[in-house]
Design a protein around this ligand. Structure first.
Ligand SMILES: CSC[C@@H](O)[C@@H](O)C(=O)COP(=O)(O)O
Ligand SMILES: [Zn+2]
Length: 217
């Protein structure tokens, strides 16, 4: 069965909302980033951003519906995001995921490079960890980091290997983050929580260094 027109339009409208919200935060520099919302699991079909578009704008040619192999479901001149395969991997590994958002920010890039040696970034005792749906007191989370392979099937396979149901996101070294959730509301909340934690941690390191320098001089 293929997605109905109503389902497509609903997914496109939700993608418009998410896109404009993230664009206001400058989360799509240089046309980077891609977004998807799942329409159905069996067979997998999801709406995804078209490749190379200015994601700060809306146009009638922003999204298309693709299948598990990243192939457009309808005849179209639009090209799906170059990174569509990563969305497909997330939906196939976690059938309960309903939306997947990818942004490049300075903070997620800094954290991904700083902690690439450990292949993971960990943080503990931050209230915003609850934004990831983790409510235990003084929780510690660990976000996996993968190499930024230029070959997308290689990158998608590396991501597939490290993502877990506990942590709804993965960092790609000096590239960006993929975050997902049960629906677009939850994926947005997860993405915002991750970005807060990255920025907090990077700023904390800077501030701590500044304080150490002034007290030792
Ligand atoms: C223009 S730099 C970013 C791209 O190389 C890519 O990483 C990205 O996020 C956007 O690709 P796209 O094909 O538009 O979805
Ligand atoms: Zn990207």
């Amino acid at each position: 069965m293929t997605a109905t027109l109503e389902q497509r339009l609903d997914a496109f409208r939700r993608l418009d909302d998410a896109k404009l919200t993230f664009a206001r935060r400058d989360w799509f520099p240089g046309t980077s980033g891609n977004l998807s919302i799942k329409i159905q699991n069996e067979p997998l079909q999801f709406a995804v951003t078209a490749s190379g578009k200015d994601k700060t704008k809306l146009s009638p040619e922003d999204y298309l519906v693709v299948d598990r192999d990243s192939r457009p479901v309808d005849a179209t001149s639009l090209k799906p995001s170059a990174e569509t395969l990563i969305h497909a991997v997330v939906y196939q590994k976690f059938p309960q995921a309903g939306a997947c958002f990818h942004v490049h920010t300075v903070w997620n890039n800094l954290i991904s490079e700083l902690y690439f040696g450990q292949r993971a970034f960990s943080i503990q005792g931050q209230e915003l960890i609850k934004g990831l749906g983790i409510w235990e007191e003084n929780a510690r989370i660990t976000v996996p980091i993968v190499e930024n392979f230029a070959d997308i099937p290689t990158l998608a396979a590396a991501i597939e290997k490290v993502i877990t149901p506990e942590i709804p996101g993965v960092l790609i070294r000096n590239h960006g983050i993929y975050a997902w959730g049960g629906n677009d509301f939850e994926a947005k909340r997860h993405l915002e929580a991750f970005e807060f934690l990255f920025e907090y941690h990077a700023r904390w390191l800077q501030l701590r260094q500044a304080v150490v320098s002034t007290t030792t001089n």
